[in-house]
Design a protein around this ligand. Structure first.
Ligand SMILES: Cc1ncc(COP(=O)(O)O)c(C=O)c1O
Length: 284
């Protein structure tokens, strides 16, 4: 991935090589900041409004205060025009700003997409389950644990991804206590029994994925029942097929879980169907 364009609140377009944050910004000092990542299809960010609404919610939860979503949308347009790449990745960041100064910094960045996602989709991915050591019910009722908040504190998520790779897999899936399936480090997870699609409930304190919400609608339109709940890992492991969902990776089939084949051990038909449905919605 390489950075193509950068726009900063109050400044407009900035050379991507230029530094834009101060060292006493709490984003740097304590990783207290919020962000969003979305795909750009044909020059248009997918579900920008939904991402901005989630960003405003995350910013409030990490005490950044009111952010200016209209300015962020303008910064996104500026950066997208400067990048001139029809298919790309757009990231929005809001930080509290300099210590004590109380004025948030808002940033829009456009980068190239990670390579190799479509070939990974053809092959399917292997996941390993990783304990978060968290009681999901407790997280949902403890706002300071920041369940469902997209803050920039992703070191644990990245460590889980690295651990999965060390164990020979492609990605991780987080478990709460009782081996309840939660989400991946940067994805939501799904699995299927016949015409029933299961996915962890938002009440478990997981991120309310924008792609997840799109797939809930598309799955219902395609005649599938969507069941949201607290499911143990064994329920996922025995499914007919499984997949992850996220803005950048879209619908990614899971073919192996904890070293054992999941379903037929090959990308499943409903993952393919929903990937096509997602692309149709994105190109509308
Ligand atoms: C922890 C986590 N869960 C789920 C998702 C998927 O969300 P979305 O579909 O909005 O990209 C992400 C991606 O940002 C994530 O970081």
């Amino acid at each position: 991935m390489s950075l193509l364009a950068l726009a900063v609140g109050g400044r407009g377009l900035v050379d991507p090589d230029e530094p834009i944050l101060h060292v006493d910004d709490e984003a740097f000092l304590r990783s207290r900041a919020a962000f969003e990542t979305m795909r750009v299809y044909g020059g248009h960010p997918f579900k920008l409004e939904e991402h901005l609404a989630r960003l405003a919610g995350s910013a409030a939860r990490v005490e950044i205060g009111r952010i200016d979503t209209e300015e962020l949308a303008r910064l996104a347009t500026l950066a997208l025009e400067a990048a001139g790449a029809p298919d790309a990745m757009l990231r929005l960041f809001v930080t509290p700003g300099r210590d004590g100064a109380g004025s948030p910094t808002q940033v829009a960045m456009v980068s190239t997409l990670p390579q190799g996602l479509d070939s990974l989709r053809e092959r399917g991915i292997g996941l390993v389950s990783i304990q978060l050591g968290l009681d999901p019910e407790l997280r949902a009722t403890s706002p300071w644990l920041l369940g469902g908040v997209k803050s920039t504190s992703y070191a644990v998520n990245m460590a889980a991804e690295a651990e999965a790779k060390r164990r020979g897999a492609d990605d991780a899936v987080f478990l709460g206590s009782g081996d309840v399936v939660l989400e991946g480090p940067v994805t939501n997870v799904w699995w299927r029994y016949d015409d029933v699609l299961c996915t962890p409930a938002l009440e478990l304190g997981i991120l309310a994925g924008v792609t997840r919400a799109t797939l809930v609608e598309e799955a219902a339109a395609g005649g599938y029942e969507v069941r949201e709940g607290a499911f143990p890992l064994g329920h996922m492991a025995e499914a007919n097929e499984a997949f992850t969902s996220s803005s950048i990776r879209e619908v990614m089939p899971i073919v192996e879980l904890d070293g054992k084949p999941l379903g037929a051990g090959a990308p499943g038909p409903v993952a393919r169907e929903l990937q096509q449905a997602l692309r149709r919605v994105a190109r509308r």
